[in-house]
Ligand binder design. Structure first.
Ligand SMILES: O=C(O)CCC(=O)C(=O)O
Ligand SMILES: [Fe+2]
Length: 208
């Protein structure tokens, strides 16, 4: 299959069935990715979110933060969460991501994996607020960690392992979330910090 390149940016379509995923390993961000990583680790008011699974509360195994346009809120365990306002750095990254992805975003979820023990469970980004066939733009900074993708119904398809590089951009769009789950596993060997930013477009607050 001939790689299908987005204009500029070096995004290359990956050959994964039932998915529309593009990847560029080293994007020109206009800022040194080392500096961006350090600034985010230091400046973002990181929090440990509690998730409710089957009536039991668990701390998420990573730190998170959520920024976005005013009103781009989403329902979460019965609460409606308001985003923090864009910082100058995050607004700059958003503009760059929007031009590379050729799509608008009104919020960003940040994940901070402090070391090899932090992780994210398998899930799809299929919240109703994102609408049908959402486009998610994921920026990775710091330690390389591997995104694992598992098809939800075609058991003959092997899991796909995508190592995400420092300064890379991954786009998931089309029916990807419908067919695939993704997550970041813990590692057994120590590794450094990684910050991931997933830019999203919240369509509307249900009930508003
Ligand atoms: O850290 C990553 O690359 C994955 C993040 C993710 O899947 C999410 O925020 O929904
Ligand atoms: Fe996700």
């Amino acid at each position: 299959m001939t790689p299908d390149l987005f204009a500029g940016g070096g995004l290359e379509r990956l050959d994964i069935p039932d998915a529309e995923i593009y990847y560029a390993s080293r994007v020109e961000w206009g800022e040194d990715p080392d500096v961006v990583l350090r600034a985010l680790i230091e400046q973002v008011p990181w929090r440990t979110d509690v998730i409710n699974l089957w009536g039991k509360e668990y701390q998420q195994p990573r730190l998170t933060a959520w920024f976005g346009d005013e009103g781009a809120s989403y329902g979460y365990s019965g609460l409606s969460l308001e985003p923090l306002p864009w910082t100058e750095l995050l607004a700059t990254l958003r503009s760059r991501v929007e031009s590379l992805a050729e799509a608008p975003f009104n919020s960003v979820l940040l994940n901070y994996y402090r070391d090899h023990r932090d992780s994210m469970g398998m899930h799809s980004d299929d919240e109703p607020e994102l609408g049908r066939n959402p486009i998610i733009a994921s920026v990775s900074l710091g330690e390389q960690r591997t995104l694992i993708l598992k098809h939800k119904s075609r058991k003959e398809l092997k899991p796909v392992h995508l190592p995400l590089d420092h300064g890379s951009l991954l786009l998931m769009k089309g029916a990807t979330q419908h067919h695939w789950k993704h997550g970041i596993s813990k590692l057994s060997l120590p590794c450094g910090a990684r910050v991931n930013l997933t830019f999203r477009r919240i369509l509307a607050t249900p009930g508003s």
